[in-house]
Write a protein that binds this ligand. Structure first.
Ligand code: SER
Length: 584
């Protein structure tokens, strides 16, 4: 039995239309890196917009949640998971929704009612206690002492801080072979949550005010990995049929058994699966030092690090072998995996080569320190390992621990923040509040950095190329940006030509005040958005560039003269640096 297929069939029989899984990288939502729940792509429809597929929808949705990478390696956490969901957009509400869930669990999956327990929302000063749901569960055969009322922390659901939301009712499954208790102790971890029915009838605004939506919706979510493992009788998700072939492959590659090597094998399996899905997304994400690209990089590097611990030859194609199983297994459900198979393999291979190169050098640094009998990796070395050798800090800590050394983690964090602040100063903050005494030339260079930033996105064909910093003197500009390769002569020339074309076109530079939200929605380039005040300034240059920035800027581009790139070089791992001048 395939859980996904059975679920969709059941929901279709009950009047739902299946909608395709949305891409893992949200298309129109710059506020999140990845889709984290089935409802996320449906927000406009929960708010009242008519959905082309109607009012009853269902799907399986790819999700990525990265709250704590360190948790990965235990029995139940994954960075990627699939979520089953059914929705009512102003159609059915609590009674029908609960009945659908109950019937699917007890009649299709044949889970005995005796293994189920329920939580419902106990209410607060804004929303009443949910007696309706409790009554419905009782009618269906759940005994009263298996229904617990809990508060906001447990039985209220909202994605983030604002948006559609509501009280929910959650279904728990008794996972253990121990005798099933008559009552329901919500703190007993043998009760595992399997399905959430959210009654989205409210909207929460930035001040925490709750208002009623124009329609009462239902949003449900059930994690595939967890439910499959439970149904198959495992408390370790990686033993279920979802992971079996991947773990077998890792056992085959390493010649080691899963037992005793669980953590490393789970990390390798989980991270390569997630990296495969991110790299396959049509958004074209490549490993980089920010945004989704940075997550992709960390996942691949962490997988390599754990592969080393399993004595896998990291220069072998172990990652490819695992990715191919994933692509094969999920390709029928998510066609981008099959379509973009070569891209995925290429991303994994390139990042592996890049990391393995610096990995050796970084490890040599460690050896030097060990020889000198140092027992702490100080903040400067930890930062150098990060910045120059591409070691995520967690790897430095792990390598250090293996050698009986500690790491000045707090110091590293400080240095990291300083570094970010410097990039910020270079890229945006430096000009905030106006530059008293800024020379005319500096203002021109400032506008030129915006043009170069926009031109590089075209040349690199990537929204994912971002400014990492800039430095301006009256004589020249320096510009750092994320990029995974040395720019070719052609690319440099193309960037110059585009900037010079825009200068000649004498584009108008317009300064606009708006709220952060509006700026995000307008698609303006907003690095370090969290550091800006609520009211921000956006500079638009013709229709070629739009960036959050304090200014000042020239009013028309033709005063810039001729733009010339004089140097292109590496700045740090994954970051390139351009030096350029404006000539008469
Ligand atoms: N949005 C809810 C969740 O993610 C139900 O789908 O749990």
């Amino acid at each position: 039995m395939d859980l996904k297929d059975e679920y969709i069939k059941f929901m279709e029989q009950n009047g739902h239309k299946q909608i395709p899984s949305a891409p893992i990288v949200p298309k129109d939502d710059p506020t999140v890196l990845f889709n984290t729940a089935g409802m996320q792509p449906l927000v406009p429809y929960l708010l009242g917009k008519a959905h082309p597929y109607g009012k009853r929808l269902c799907d399986y949705q790819k999700c990525v949640r990265l709250t704590d990478l360190e948790e990965i390696g235990d029995k139940t956490h994954h960075t990627f998971f699939e979520m089953l969901g059914n929705w009512s957009l102003g159609d059915y509400f609590k009674n029908e929704s609960i009945k659908f869930s109950f019937d699917f669990l007890t009649k299709v999956l044949n889970i005995p009612v005796s293994r189920l327990a329920i939580t419902v929302f106990e209410g607060d000063d804004k929303i009443p206690r949910d007696e309706v749901s409790a009554k419905r569960w009782e009618e269906l055969g759940i005994s009263k002492n298996r229904i617990a009322y809990l508060g906001r922390d447990d039985n209220f659901w909202i994605a983030g801080e604002t948006g559609p939301c509501g009280g929910d009712t959650e279904i728990f499954y008794w996972r253990s072979d121990d005798e099933i208790p008559k009552g329901f102790d919500t703190n007993d971890e043998r009760w595992v949550e399997i399905w959430n029915n959210v009654f989205m009838e409210f909207y929460q605004d930035e001040d925490g005010n709750i208002t009623e939506l124009s329609q009462k919706n239902v949003d449900t979510g059930m994690g595939v990995e967890r439910v499959v493992a439970l149904l198959e009788g495992y408390d370790d998700n990686y033993k279920s049929s979802i992971w079996k072939d991947v773990i077998l492959k890792i056992e085959e590659i390493t010649g080691l058994p899963y037992e005793g090597n669980e953590k490393a094998m789970r990390v390798v399996a989980d991270h390569i699966r997630t990296a495969t899905f991110i790299a396959a997304d049509d958004a074209g994400i490549k490993p980089s030092n920010n945004g989704q690209g940075y997550i992709l990089r960390r996942l691949i590097r962490r997988a390599i690090r754990y592969a080393r611990n399993l004595n896998i030859d990291i220069n072998s194609d172990f990652d490819k072998q695992i990715a191919l199983i994933i692509i094969d297994k999920y390709g029928n459900y998510y066609d981008e995996l099959s379509r973009n198979k070569d891209i995925v393999l290429d991303v994994l291979e390139k990042e592996k080569i890049k990391f393995n190169r610096t990995l050796e050098k970084g490890l040599r640094e460690f050896d030097k320190l060990t020889k000198n009998n140092q027992n702490e990796i100080n903040k400067d070395i930890a930062f150098k390992l990060y910045d120059t050798y591409g070691f995520p800090i967690e790897q430095t800590i792990e390598e250090a621990n293996e050698r009986g050394m500690t790491v000045d983690y707090e110091g590293f964090k400080e240095k990291f923040k300083e570094h970010q602040a410097k990039s910020k100063a270079g890229s945006i903050g430096k000009f905030k509040g106006g530059l008293a005494g800024t020379s005319e030339m500096e203002v021109k260079y400032h506008t030129a950095t915006h043009l170069l930033n926009a031109a590089l996105k075209i040349v690199l064909n990537s929204k994912d190329s971002h400014q990492m910093g800039s430095n301006i003197t009256p004589e020249r500009m320096r510009f750092d940006f994320t990029c995974d390769h040395k720019l070719s002569k052609e690319e440099i020339k193309e960037a110059e030509d585009i900037v010079n074309k825009w200068i000649k076109e004498d584009l108008t530079v317009v300064r606009k005040e708006m709220t952060k939200d509006e700026a995000l929605k307008s698609g303006a380039e907003c690095r370090f958005i969290e550091r800006y005040p609520d009211e921000v300034t956006v500079y638009e240059i013709g229709d070629v560039s739009k960036e959050l920035c304090g200014g000042p800027h020239v009013k028309h581009t033709n005063v810039l003269g001729h733009f010339k790139i004089v140097k292109e070089e590496a700045s740090s791992a994954g970051v390139r640096r351009i030096k350029a001048v404006l000539e008469d």
